[in-house]
Design a protein around this ligand. Structure first.
Ligand code: ADP
Ligand code: MG
Length: 715
């Protein structure tokens, strides 16, 4: 039995009863579990807070003072013990809800104690419930940093504090077998990046010697976590690159050249040209392209996708472009059909609402090769959609598609088609390097010339009149207006505005124009009809939920009004704002909130008024909400799988870890071999990022990797 796998009940100070508690409350079953249960916070033990300094939301703090007296209140289960505690600045109350008779005699009045706990305020009095209490020795005042472990309420109520874990950790570290805990990073890497050795790092995480060493210890653990993750991702994409061949598309021919010389309606931006070059280089190598194209709303991704399809057509291949909604698919279809018409390419649209007869013709056209470009929704992945020779799949707003859906598109051709996935939700670099770490990334970081930034205002409900005036002015000028609500229907539990009540109010306020409405609970046909009303200009105001977020293009719209803006994420607001400013000389985005939004929310919305750079916004969004809430991370669960590293703040370490992983893969080609466990047999050739698959592969790689090292060290 290895030391780390030893049952926790054998640790000094545990035993059967506590082992059960540790298992159910803290998920600590083995020595290893305990070793890897880290404090979530550290306190400077030489720092005492005064009760007079206490304020609203303080974490647990230390107070030095004396108990003045104890009183018991209530009877039976409701019984509790209250103590008055004085620290020279003020009094506070200390409360125990259980073990009353024990605590009543446990501490002596008039003797100095150090209390550690979270201050809460109850009617003007400061309280601490079940604090940790330690005797204070003036000759040996506490110093240094100590870790605070998270202790569930159930344990607290039983009188346990964070000391439970730290005492056990102490016992673990004084166990003579602790040195059996072996290094988990190759010496080569530990040396090259001057990392703290594992055991030293673990010890400092539990019992920091100095703040600097704690910092180094945390860095080391973060590095290790990110290193193996990157190794897994890079190894996976290299191995896939070796295994999967791609169509060789070398030729630039009549379609591309004719369109480019005679029909393209504008000059490509520098960024568009650069990305097209990157794509072209990918597609002629004989390897399958897997490229993520990031570009802010309105940066011109559609034209890049179209020109890529022309390259495919010039080499005799068909292309497919898949969009997440019918509305978006039809807009792509209209755009691409107009462009394609000019050079004799046949473009068709296939969605869930395509009629049976048309559908049959499309199926035939795809199979015979008559159709060069197919635009569609999920309908494209159905099994009966087959191609003569699919060379390229473009996926728009890819985060809307599940992994399995994307994978199905790969299977439409005996040789995997090249894949270009496009997203207008800028993804912070650190996220892209993990969640999409197996894709090559291109960025369109330049908007077409002449775009005017959308003027963005934060307004409260009391400026409603002013806002209505602005809308009226724009309507008079012939413009169109979006009004977005967080809810479809009113919900008595939430004080939020909804589309269904909103539309009545909007109709009342702007009686001279037609108002239409779309939301996610409508039947697709009804939604399309309503949307069409707005796209054609028949309706001048569109009242909607965020279903319009993705891709809809109505250049005549000049106002985006967002109700309860505080309810939306920054990236979402940015997407919504991107619906305007596509044609009009001036356009406006108005973020409406109720009056009393709090500091953080105000700051968040303030960012919207300050910048229109989608990357800055997404970075800020991730810093504030944490990587787990970002679009694209939920489906993979990767952000939650990280125990200690944080994608929002550890970009620097991530970069180094990726470099390290790259170097290791270059030096150790044997790592590319398929592991014996068979976990490589992923469905659909998509990067597996579920916590389970990452863990399995990580462990396997670690073992295989370390094995080669042990050998070289022994010999
Ligand atoms: P997105 O990247 O959000 O998908 P689109 O491809 O819809 O953006 O492009 C937005 C608008 O900009 C479209 O009307 C498109 O025709 C136009 N556009 C694209 N590229 C250029 C360019 N280089 N110069 C001028 N207009 C462009
Ligand atoms: Mg688009």
């Amino acid at each position: 039995m290895s030391f780390l796998d030893t049952d926790i009940k054998y640790l000094k100070g545990v035993g059967d009863k506590r082992a059960k508690l540790l298992d159910t409350e803290l998920e600590i079953r083995t020595f290893g579990d305990l070793l890897y249960t880290f404090p979530y916070r550290y306190v400077d033990t030489s720092r005492f807070f005064k009760i007079s300094e206490f304020s609203g939301e303080m974490p647990s703090v230390q107070v030095l003072g004396r108990f003045v007296g104890f009183t018991t209140e209530g009877e039976g289960l409701k019984q509790r013990l209250k103590a008055s505690f004085y620290d020279g600045s003020r009094f506070m109350e200390v409360v125990w809800f259980s073990k009353v008779s024990f605590f009543k005699t446990a501490y002596q009045p008039g003797v100095p104690y150090v209390l550690f706990g979270k201050p809460t305020q109850f009617r003007d009095v400061w309280q601490m419930a079940h604090p940790e209490v330690n005797a204070y020795d003036a000759a040996k005042p506490p110093q240094g940093f100590r870790g605070v472990y998270s202790i569930p309420d159930k344990l607290r109520k039983r009188g346990y504090s964070t000391r439970l874990v730290s005492d056990l950790a102490k016992n673990l570290f004084s166990n003579s077998r602790i040195n059996e805990v072996g290094e988990t990073l190759p010496p080569e890497i530990v040396g090259r990046y001057s990392l703290m050795p594992l055991l030293e790092a673990l010890s400092n995480l539990h019992f920091p010697q100095t703040p600097e060493r704690l910092q180094k210890a945390r860095e080391r653990m973060k590095f290790e976590e990110l290193f193996y993750l990157q190794l897994h991702i890079l190894r996976y994409s290299r191995e896939r690159g070796r295994r999967i061949r791609g169509h060789v598309l070398t030729h630039i021919g009549k379609y591309f050249n004719t369109y480019y010389s005679n029909f393209i309606p504008f000059d490509l931006t520098g960024a568009q040209k650069r990305v097209l070059k990157e794509i072209r280089n990918d597609m002629r190598t004989g390897r399958q392209m897997n490229r993520l194209l990031q570009g802010d709303v309105g940066s011109g991704k559609t034209m890049v996708a179209f020109m890529t399809m022309l390259m495919a057509a010039d080499n005799g291949f068909q292309s497919a472009i898949m969009a997440p909604t019918e509305i978006l698919a039809s807009q792509h279809y209209e755009t691409i059909r107009d462009w394609g018409d000019k050079i004799g390419l046949r473009v068709e649209l296939l969605t869930g609402s395509t009629r049976t007869k048309a559908r049959k013709e499309i199926h035939e056209g795809l199979l015979s090769g008559d159709i060069h470009i197919i635009v569609g929704t999920h309908a494209l992945i159905e099994d009966n959609v087959q191609f003569k020779n699919l060379g390229l799949t473009v996926i728009d707003e890819q985060h809307r598609f599940g992994v399995a859906q994307r994978a199905k598109m790969w299977k439409k051709s005996p040789v995997a088609p090249h894949v270009l996935v496009m997203t207008a939700t800028p993804i912070p670099r650190t996220l892209a390097m993990t969640v999409y770490g197996d894709l090559d990334v291109s960025v369109i970081d330049e908007l077409p010339p002449g775009r005017k930034p959308v003027q963005t205002y934060l307004k409260f409900d009391n400026s409603r009149m002013e806002v209505n005036q602005l809308i009226n002015r724009e309507l008079k000028a012939g413009r169109q207006v979006y009004i977005v609500y967080p809810l479809v229907k009113e919900n008595p539990k939430l004080e939020l505005k909804s589309v269904e009540e909103g539309i009545e109010r909007v109709r009342g306020m702007f009686p001279d124009v037609k108002v239409c409405m779309v939301h996610g609970q409508m039947k697709p046909a009804e939604k399309d009809y309503q949307m069409e009303q707005f796209v054609s200009g028949a309706a001048r105001i569109l009242v909607a939920t965020t279903v319009i977020e993705v891709g809809v293009n109505v250049p005549n719209a000049s106002v985006m009004l967002i109700e309860n803006a505080e309810r939306f994420g920054l990236s979402q607001l940015h997407q919504l704002r991107g619906r305007v400013g596509r044609g009009a000389d001036h356009s406006y985005c108005i973020l409406m909130t109720k009056h009393n939004i709090a500091g953080d929310t105000r700051k968040r919305l303030g960012i919207m008024t300050e910048t229109s750079d989608g990357f800055l916004i997404s970075e800020a969004d991730m810093k504030m909400r944490g990587p787990g809430d970002m679009e694209g991370t939920q489906q993979s669960g990767i952000a939650f799988n990280l125990k200690i590293a944080n994608l929002a703040s550890d970009g620097q370490i991530l970069n180094v870890a990726r470099q390290g992983a790259e170097a290791v893969l270059n030096a150790h080609p044997e790592l590319l071999e398929t592991p014996a466990s068979g976990v490589e047999q992923y469905p659909g050739d998509e990067l597996p990022l579920s916590p389970a698959s990452v863990n399995i592969v990580r462990n396997e790689l670690r073992i295989r990797f370390l094995k080669s090292y042990d050998w070289s060290q022994i010999s």
